[in-house]
Design a protein around this ligand. Structure first.
Ligand SMILES: [Mn+2]
Length: 365
C-alpha cells in the first residue's frame, strides 16, 4: 500500500481533535500540519518548526505534509514588494526541508479562500455539512465575509484564509486586485513558482497547489485552478518535478463537469497530495458536501480511488471536509474538520483500497 493516509490537524490548543484521538484511527500515518498563527509572508523559524514536528513524531506520525504556507497577497497581485516576500517564502521552504517536510500545499486564490454560504447546513439525517447556496453569492462580498467572521468571533476560532487581520481591510484588498486580470494572475503565479523551484529542489520539497474552491470566479475576482485545462497550463508553464498539484476532488467537483478520475489518470505523476471529498449537487445549482461513500454524492469517489490505485500512485492522501456528526455542533468542532465523519471516510477509502490491493494480488498469483 504505497499511498500515505493523512489527517489535517490544527495544532495543540487549536484543534478539538487530539493526536491521541487520531492515533486510534486505523491507517493514518501522516499528520498534515501548519503553524496556524503565522500570517502570509512571515518566516517560519527552525525552532517553531522543530517544536511542531517533534510533537507529531512523538505520536509515531510523520510530519511530511504542510497545509498551508499561505502566499502573501502582494505576490498574487504582483507588487514590487513581492521579491522580498518570495525570499521569505524561500526561507520557509529551506527551514521546512531541514525537518523532513516533503510537500507544501498552498493556493493562489485572490482575497478569499474556500467559500460557502452555510457551515452547518442540515443534511436531513441529523448531521450537518458545509453548503453552497448559489443564489446567496451575488455581488455582496461583505455579507459573506461577515457571516464567516461571525463564527470567528462567536467561537473564538480563526479559519485559514479568513484571518481577521486580512478581512478587516477587505475594501483595500479588492481595490488592490482590481487591475489584476486572469492572465496577469497566471503570470504572477508563474513568476512565484519560477523563483522558488531551485529552492524546492535543494530542500526536497514539492509545491502542491490546491484547486480553487469553488472553481469559478467569485465577486469579480479571477480564479485559476478550476479544471483539467488549467492544471495542464500550470504544469507545462513551469515544467519542473517540484511544481505539483493538490488535487482536491471536492473543490473541482463543485463544477459537475469536472471529471476528477480522468484528471487523476492524466496528472498522477504531478499530484503530490490528494484531497478526497464528495459533493452532492442539487437541481437548483446549490451543492452540499457529503459523506465519502460513493453513492452519497456525484463526485465518483470509487473511480477516483481506482485511478490512483491503478497508477501505482505513491503520494499523500487525506479525507477532506466531512460532515458534522452527533454532538459536533457549532463551537464543538471546526466546520468540515470534525472527528467522526473524516474517520469514517478514511475507513471507506481504505476499504476500497485494500480490496483493490487484494484483487491485484490475486491477478498476479
Ligand atoms: Mn481540499
Amino acid at each position: 500500500m504505497p499511498m500515505k493516509m493523512g489527517w489535517r490537524w490544527y495544532g495543540e490548543g487549536n484543534d478539538p481533535v487530539s493526536l491521541g484521538d487520531i492515533k486510534q484511527i486505523p491507517g493514518v500515518t501522516s499528520i498534515v500540519w501548519a503553524l496556524h498563527n503565522k500570517m502570509p509572508g512571515e518566516i517560519w523559524t527552525e525552532e517553531e518548526i522543530k517544536h511542531e514536528v517533534d510533537l507529531i513524531h512523538s505520536y509515531g506520525f510523520d510530519a511530511e505534509v504542510v497545509e498551508s504556507v499561505n502566499v502573501h497577497d502582494d505576490i498574487k497581485i504582483g507588487l514590487p514588494t513581492r521579491d522580498a516576500l518570495i525570499e521569505n517564502y524561500k526561507t520557509c521552504i529551506r527551514n521546512l526541508g531541514k525537518f523532513g517536510v516533503k510537500v507544501i500545499c498552498y493556493n493562489f486564490m485572490p482575497v478569499f479562500d474556500w467559500t460557502r454560504t452555510d457551515l452547518f447546513h442540515p443534511v436531513g439525517d441529523g448531521s450537518t455539512a458545509l453548503y453552497y447556496e448559489a443564489s446567496a453569492i451575488k455581488g455582496d462580498y461583505k455579507s459573506m465575509a461577515d457571516y464567516i467572521m461571525s463564527f470567528t468571533e462567536k467561537y473564538n476560532m480563526t479559519f485559514p484564509g479568513w484571518e481577521p487581520e486580512r478581512m478587516a481591510k477587505l475594501d483595500e484588498l479588492f481595490k488592490a486586485y482590481a487591475p489584476v486580470s486572469k492572465d496577469q494572475l497566471w503570470e504572477n503565479l508563474f513568476y512565484f513558482l519560477r523563483a522558488i523551484m531551485p529552492t524546492c529542489e535543494e530542500a526536497g520539497i514539492k509545491m502542491a497547489i490546491h484547486m480553487d474552491d469553488p472553481p469559478w470566479d467569485i465577486f469579480g475576482l479571477p480564479r485559476l485552478m478550476v479544471d483539467a485545462a488549467a492544471c495542464e497550463k500550470l504544469l507545462k508553464a513551469v515544467d519542473h518535478p517540484c511544481n505539483c498539484l493538490t488535487l482536491c476532488t471536492g473543490s473541482l467537483n463543485a463544477n459537475p463537469n469536472n471529471n476528477c478520475a480522468d484528471m487523476v489518470k492524466k496528472f498522477h505523476d504531478r499530484i503530490a497530495f490528494a484531497h478526497i471529498r464528495n459533493i452532492h449537487h442539487l437541481p437548483n445549482g446549490d451543492f452540499s458536501e457529503a459523506a465519502h461513500r460513493d453513492c452519497c454524492g456525484e463526485t465518483g469517489i470509487i473511480d477516483i480511488l481506482r485511478a490512483y490505485h491503478d497508477a501505482g500512485w505513491e503520494g499523500y492522501i487525506r479525507p477532506d471536509h466531512g460532515r458534522q456528526l452527533w454532538e459536533e455542533g457549532p463551537g464543538v468542532c471546526r466546520p468540515g474538520y470534525g472527528k467522526y465523519d473524516r474517520a469514517l471516510g478514511i475507513q471507506y477509502m481504505l476499504g476500497v483500497w485494500d480490496l483493490l490491493d487484494k484483487l491485484d494480488a490475486e491477478k498476479k498469483a
